[in-house]
Ligand binder design. Structure first.
Ligand code: AMP
Length: 219
């Protein structure tokens, strides 16, 4: 099964994609994580990507498509994957279409997680990340037992630069302008399912699962 998760920043794509990837043994492909990985390695591409991410802007399409192209040739993607945060622009959809054709693959479902700006701003500004295991922590809904420390691995938790208040609104605007049109694109292709992303992690996961189980059984 090959899936795409669409949705605004802060809606919980990463958390839900990770859960679903574990449940269905799929590769979790987050272009945000790919960008953060090249940044942490301090490569030229990483420094270039960081200059966009820190301002809440999208990394240029050719850079992202290059990373996706490489990643899709790795063995763990052979039995299926979930894209989290990709594609994000019309040129990325076009580039991805070409790549899928080359690889002889197609996308089974696109899940669009939805929520309003108030919820998104609240979630993003209270979001922290573990510097060791990458776990996403929310200070309001799931605060760590020991302040500043990840419950799972004891790693130090930090706030991503792009989760700071001055960058959040920019990211939401960029989503509306550049990524929301993709929701309509996939809707026209009859691949898309809108899912309410407001609620607990468990509630949203159940909604996604219910849809997938119904559709997998129908196929
Ligand atoms: P995310 O972790 O998905 O919220 O992504 C964090 C940041 O990485 C985004 O705000 C963008 O700057 C960059 N990024 C992630 N995925 C993409 C993409 N598909 N296209 C362009 N930029 C991306």
């Amino acid at each position: 099964m090959r899936l795409i998760f669409l949705g605004p920043p802060g809606i919980g794509k990463g958390t839900q994609a990770k859960l679903l990837a574990e449940r269905y043994s799929l590769a979790h492909l987050s272009t945000g994580d790919m960008c953060r990985s090249v940044i942490s390695k301090k490569t030229d591409v990483g420094t270039f990507a960081k200059s966009f991410i820190d301002k809440g802007k999208l990394v240029p399409d050719d850079v992202v498509l290059g990373m996706v192209n490489e990643r899709l040739r790795e063995d763990d993607t052979a039995s299926g994957y979930i894209f989290d945060g990709f594609p994000r622009t019309v040129p990325q959809v076009e580039g991805f279409k070409k790549l899928l054709k080359e690889l002889g693959q197609f996308i089974d479902h696109v899940i669009a997680l939805e929520g309003n700006d108030t919820v998104l701003v609240e979630r993003l500004s209270s979001r922290r990340t573990c510097s060791d295991c990458g776990k996403i922590i929310n200070l309001i809904f799931s605060p760590p037992k020991v302040s500043g420390q990840c419950d799972d691995c004891g790693g130090e938790i930090f706030q991503r630069n792009d989760d700071k208040p001055e960058v959040i609104q920019k990211r939401l605007d960029v989503y509306e302008e550049q990524t929301e049109p993709l929701v309509h694109y996939y809707e026209r292709k009859a691949l898309l399912r809108r899912v309410d992303g407001v609620g607990s992690v468990h509630e949203v996961a159940e909604r996604i699962d219910k849809y997938l189980i119904n559709n997998i059984l129908e196929e």
